[in-house]
Design a binder for this molecule. Sequence first.
Ligand code: SF4
Ligand code: MSK
Length: 678
Amino acid sequence: MAIEKKAKVEVEGKKAKVADPIAASIDIATQEMILRAQKLGIDTVFDRAEAMKPCNIGNQGTCCKNCAMGPCRLPLPKAGIEGEDTRKGLCGATANTIAARNFARMVAAGAAAHSDHGRCVAEVFMSAARKETEAYQIKDTEKLLAVAPHLGVETTVEKDGQVLDRNIDEIALEVAEKALNEWGKPEGELLYLKRAPEPLYEKWKKNGVLPRNIDREIVDIMHRTHMGVDQDYKNIVKQCTRASLADGWGGSMLATDLQDILFGTPYPLQSEANLGVLKKDQVNIVIHGHEPVLSEMIVATAQKPEMIEYAKSKGAKGIQLSGICCTANEILQRHGVPLCGTFLQQELAIITGAVEAMVVDVQCIFQNLANVAKCFHTKVITTHPISRMEQSNVEHIEFDEHHAIEDAERIVRIAIDNFQNRGADVIIPTQKNVQIAGFGVESVQYHLGGTFRGTYYTLNDNIINGRLRGIAGVVGCNNARTRHNEGHIQIVKELIKNDVIVLTTGCNGIACAMEGLLTPDTAAVFCGPGLAEVCETVGIPPVLHLGSCVDNSRILLAATEVAKAGGLGKDISDLPAAGSAPEWMSEKAISIGQYFVSSGVYTVFGATFPTSGAPVFQKYLFEDLEKVYGGKWDFEPDPIKHAHKMIAHIDAKRKALGIDKARERVLMDMADRQKLEA
Ligand code: SF4
Ligand code: MSK
């Protein structure tokens, strides 16, 4: 289909301002489907972003509706603030207080979303450990044994003077108990915090931000941001740090670990990405959301010979599973299930007319999916007790780990039965790309680590000798206020061109996969000579896909391994590394950003930043926090400048480490390395 500029269509009977498909996305498949939707008179998020402009004051973070005397709106004067900032709400709350409270509530919501996901996994893990369910078992005992000590669970016992391996079932049960305890224990601190480099842990301790338990830190934010409680933005940020650490080094890290133990630790595998993975002659089931507990069962069910036969009996050639958002990343990294698209493509998958069922769990799910589905035969199935939709065409099949297999079979059968209702007007874009995904702390160590010291030393060596300039974590969503995938791709390409290896998760990972950046062959085309050489030697892509949003915890642990391997300082804040969320939109991204910053990472956000209406508070985030934790926030909407801010930071860290000259490829001997470590 040729892309026409500015389609003129009617949306819901009215002449509506609609998106220019080319201006809305860099991706041809996305452009095609936006245009198809417009021709069919179906509005998508891209059109709605044209029709509705964001509120400026909300955008600046200075609208408060925390009590019924408001909303109090404190717009930033066009000329900026000269002299004292006298803006205040009815209660006297300053712009700093209001912006800090709003920011903190975003951290709370983000940390809650990740951590509640982790809790759900921990509950399923407990059922598996108690052997209450046939659907879930302890799959990766090696990972269980690796995780257990971090939760204070012994893996051996002493008997008659001998050290014996402890029974795996006993270990699993104790791990489940200890893990679940992290959400609400009455005293102490989170157990995983000690996995951080020691200087970082000491920094947190000194500043009094060690999280006590996961739930408490989130509740604390909701309390202190209630009307008339905490009115000191620095103190509010301190709690943001506690709650975000409870996310990154708590709920998210537990989610990742327990999922790995239950479903298997990811290992690099090949798959595909973009709307072109949908199949015209097969039953298409698209899985969307974040929690993989049910989707794991759907993957297993869809592969059963009797289900494939059933699909054939209904006229299909088979069953094609694919995914949107992070449930997609979860089943991609463990099973190679292809990615159908990013966050902004969820409606477009249905617009193809080829989707029999869209099965959703939690987070990042558009309510408008139900409206789009009404125009096609697609069944939208919600599966989570906390995530339902009001529209009557949505079916709810509530997942329960005790009858997970039955739930999955019911869902797959509904999709198969629906195949015969598919209309004749099916258009599946041809675009898709090959990807290698499924990297993790363990596989990065295997590919880039080598046997010397059994750690990340070879990776460090390549950074020290300058082949690799540094490491970037580029993560996060799409945002309909920016051109779909443009920021993601331009930033990642600029980084790898400058020899910065990229670790990706979430929708950035999907965007990179769609663009073909997740293959080793990419290295020769897009990378600087140093990174290209490393990728070609080791056989890895220059962009390593580490999984879903909760798997940003893998980036924290990979950074920790780099710091511990030596030669690049002692703390994450010493590393030539930076973080980025080019097109963020979710509150989870703010929680992730805050735990990156509080773990010592310079973190740049694109699209927009929710504190611009409170310059003093924003300066605290952008400058002063660095003195406390070694990391700081920044904002840069221009993708190339964004990448170069990260590169400048990486270069500054190289200089501080005394390895800036090594970019000339001076190979270091052991004495040089020891000097650096001293
Ligand atoms: Fe206004 Fe204060 Fe109430 Fe916020 S808490 S709405 S600033 S009166
Ligand atoms: S799915 S949180 S849009 S990355 Fe994790 Fe994508 Fe952002 Fe959702």
